[in-house]
Design a protein around this ligand. Structure first.
Ligand SMILES: [Zn+2]
Length: 91
């Protein structure tokens, strides 16, 4: 956020990777990922309003989905669970 505040670049790409890590660890359908998903939601709930105040438009999406495996989660297949992701445009 410091770069957004101080330098006002024309666009920012922000990657918050913790959800990918915990989805690999537990599987995306596991209730054990809930705290990490909540943390991501809280971070976005702080970031997005500030970015909008600074004049940015915000697109939120994931770079991929993930599917459950016997040992956690994985991605990279052609399966819809891996290939299709939600995208949100916030103005
Ligand atoms: Zn991954």
């Amino acid at each position: 956020m410091q770069i957004a505040r101080d330098e006002l670049p024309q666009y920012l790409i922000v990657q918050i990777g913790n959800t990918d890590k915990i989805f690999h660890q537990f599987g995306p359908s596991s209730p054990e990922v809930t705290p990490g998903v909540r943390e991501m939601d809280e971070r976005l709930s702080r970031m997005v309003p500030e970015l909008l105040t600074l004049g940015y438009r915000v697109i939120i999406n994931a770079d991929h989905g993930q599917h459950d495996t016997a040992t956690g989660g994985s991605h990279g297949s052609d399966d819809d669970m891996d290939a299709l992701v939600d995208c949100t445009w916030v103005q």
